[in-house]
Design a protein around this ligand. Structure first.
Ligand SMILES: [Zn+2]
Length: 240
């Protein structure tokens, strides 16, 4: 398995999980930073193994937890979703207003900037959430296959066989891949703009050829998607 786009890893510390983004660069020392948005970024010298990096993060875990606790005091909390009319929801990078409509048909429709949920159970946020999640996962299936078809020609002759696609909810990764030519995409990715979806797909397609983040990997990524860095940046700001 290889990591994603942002290349997120995690370690356990007591009852806590510490997620961190890992970037390999040509530098001598390893640096751990905690940002006000509570993200943890590790810059590691090229050639260090993931196990070594995890060990270093583990040795700094108490400090990381304290930094995060400090920053969390100042963090504007995103409101938890209520699944009521007026709320913002995202699809392919666009913001839509949720409208819940009493109806004898259970269905979800996207139309003119709004996401309409028709349901007889219109006071039941669980039912609305369930209808929306089904709608998202159905659309993820259609869109991800479509995007994969668009991305495959970008790989030129490098890929010998067409990879299988699996869609699944993941907590810390946008995508991953496995040796048997399978790409796994996070279903939440359907909320991101299309170029970001393409970026995650291209990133994972490149991993089918180069499993690690080697120079050859980045060379192939840049060939298949010259503007990948922009799309990666946009992906970091995606609202779920
Ligand atoms: Zn990767």
């Amino acid at each position: 398995m290889t990591a994603i786009a942002a290349d997120t890893f995690a370690i356990r510390y007591g009852s806590k999980t510490i997620n961190f983004d890992l970037v390999f660069m040509s530098r001598k020392t390893l640096e751990i930073s905690v940002y006000p948005d509570l993200s943890v970024v590790v810059k590691a010298p090229e050639g260090k193994s993931i196990d070594e990096v995890k060990e270093r993060v583990r040795s700094k875990a108490a400090w990381i937890v304290e930094q995060k606790r400090f920053f969390s005091l100042y963090l504007p909390r995103p409101p938890k979703r209520q699944y009521v009319s007026g709320e913002s929801h995202y699809y392919l990078g666009r913001q839509y207003r949720l409208k819940v409509i009493a109806s004898d048909k259970e269905q979800v429709k996207l139309s003119r900037g709004c996401l309409y949920v028709h349901t007889s159970d219109f006071h039941n946020s669980c039912q609305i959430k369930k209808l929306l999640q089904n709608w998202y996962s159905n659309h993820a299936k259609v869109q991800f296959y479509r995007r994969m078809e668009k991305c495959l020609p970008r790989m030129g002759k490098h890929l010998k066989e067409k990879p299988e696609l699996t869609i699944r909810k993941m907590k810390t990764r946008w995508g991953s891949c496995s040796r048997n030519s399978r790409i796994i995409l996070n279903s939440h990715l359907i909320k991101a703009p299309t170029p970001c979806i393409d970026y995650v797909i291209c990133h994972e397609l490149c991993h089918l050829i180069h499993p690690n983040h080697s120079k050859a990997f980045y060379r192939l990524l840049a060939q298949s998607m010259p503007d990948w860095q922009n799309n990666k940046k946009r992906l970091e700001d995606v609202k779920l």
